[in-house]
Design a binder for this molecule. Structure first.
Ligand SMILES: [Mg+2]
Length: 229
């Protein structure tokens, strides 16, 4: 599935390059000040470029939930693997003269480790193209400010992530109805300027789950077993 997403991204990138009015960033589109700027694509990192299945598996074995401390420790190990298709897409974008920017909610503390991890897959990551999160310095988790930093100098051709908040604002809402309305309102960009990869493990949708997800899950399992699944 991820290879399909990246193949589509590569196809769309060529279309974007030939259309000077094309931008994937909704703020940039609104402001309309991107004509003639050099081209860039923005990719999220976790579960978009880097595969952290091992961290999640470890948490399951240890019966621990996600927390920032264990997450940072995992990032510092530099052991994430690569999402299939990501390295080829990045290589193709670079060959087309497109600047590749990474906007990640990994924190500043693990920036160097993250760069090292990316380099293991031949990705030219450095201090300038990896934009980590630091709430105190105005680089918040919603990623809007960091997309704005890229938009200042570049025309953003594609936004690639595994979470709707990787590509647009107004989706960090713990309300399924509002989230769906937002997604539907922007449906034209999905699969054209915005590429979303599947993430089977987590996402901001979790906050919109029922208040007692364990109870909901139990009911679902009972339903499934009564259906003989
Ligand atoms: Mg991600």
């Amino acid at each position: 599935m991820t290879r399909q997403c990246y193949r589509l991204a590569q196809y769309q990138l060529n279309i974007a390059l030939s259309d000077g009015h094309w931008s994937a960033d909704e703020v940039q589109v609104m402001e309309g000040n991107y004509f003639g700027k050099p081209s860039a694509v923005i990719l999220d990192l976790d579960e978009t470029v880097l595969d952290n299945s091992a961290y999640n598996a470890r948490n399951i074995v240890d019966q621990q939930p996600y927390d920032l401390e264990s997450w940072n420790a995992w990032c510092a190990e530099e052991k994430a693997t690569i999402i299939p298709g990501a390295a080829d897409f990045i290589k193709a974008a670079v060959a087309l003269g497109v600047k590749v920017m990474f906007v990640t909610n990994r924190r500043d503390e693990v920036k160097t480790a993250t760069i090292n991890n990316l380099k293991k897959f031949g990705i030219n990551a450095n201090d300038d193209n990896v934009l980590t999160r630091n709430d105190d310095q105005g680089r918040g988790g919603d990623k809007v400010s960091r997309r704005g930093m890229v938009a200042k100098d570049y025309r953003i051709l594609l936004l690639i992530g595994d979470n709707l908040s990787d590509i647009c604002s107004e989706v960090e809402i713990p309300d399924n109805k509002l989230r769906n309305e937002t997604a539907n309102r922007k449906a034209d960009f999905l699969g054209t300027r915005w590429i979303i990869l599947p993430n089977p493990v987590y996402g901001s949708w979790e906050r919109a789950l029922p208040k007692e997800p364990k109870a909901a899950l139990r009911v679902d399992r009972e339903t499934q077993s009564s259906l003989g699944r």
